[in-house]
Design a protein. Structure first.
Length: 115
């Protein structure tokens, strides 16, 4: 069984930065297919960034030029940093892992961008 535990988030001022971390436990062989999604009020959940099965990072266009997704394979942890935060980044952020046709989700962490 896979478990995803998120940390980070909270209230951030516009133009600020945030770091979200997600630690995976259980039957984890690789961090491929692991990433972050977000869901804003009244909107569908959308991909923010993830590691492909070649372990290269892909990003949503809305965050591509101001984000970095990193990994620590020894700790089964990924970290998402988003800079120059905007009000439209306000959402619940979810860690996600796709593995063998199954999808695992973290509990979600609220990020609010406001002055």
């Amino acid at each position: 069984q896979v478990q995803l535990v998120e940390s980070g988030g909270g209230l951030v001022q516009p133009g600020g930065s945030l770091r979200l971390s997600c630690k995976a436990s259980g039957s984890i062989v690789s961090l491929a297919g692991m990433g972050w999604y977000r869901q804003a009020p009244g909107k569908e959940r959308e991909l923010v960034a993830e590691f492909s099965f070649g372990l290269s990072a892909t990003y949503a266009g809305s965050v591509k030029d101001r984000s970095m997704l990193s990994r620590d394979s020894a700790k089964n942890t990924i970290t998402l940093q988003i800079n120059n935060l905007k009000s439209e980044d306000t959402a619940v952020y979810y860690c996600h892992l796709a593995r063998a046709s199954k999808h695992y989700w973290g509990q979600g962490t609220q990020v609010t961008v406001s002055s």
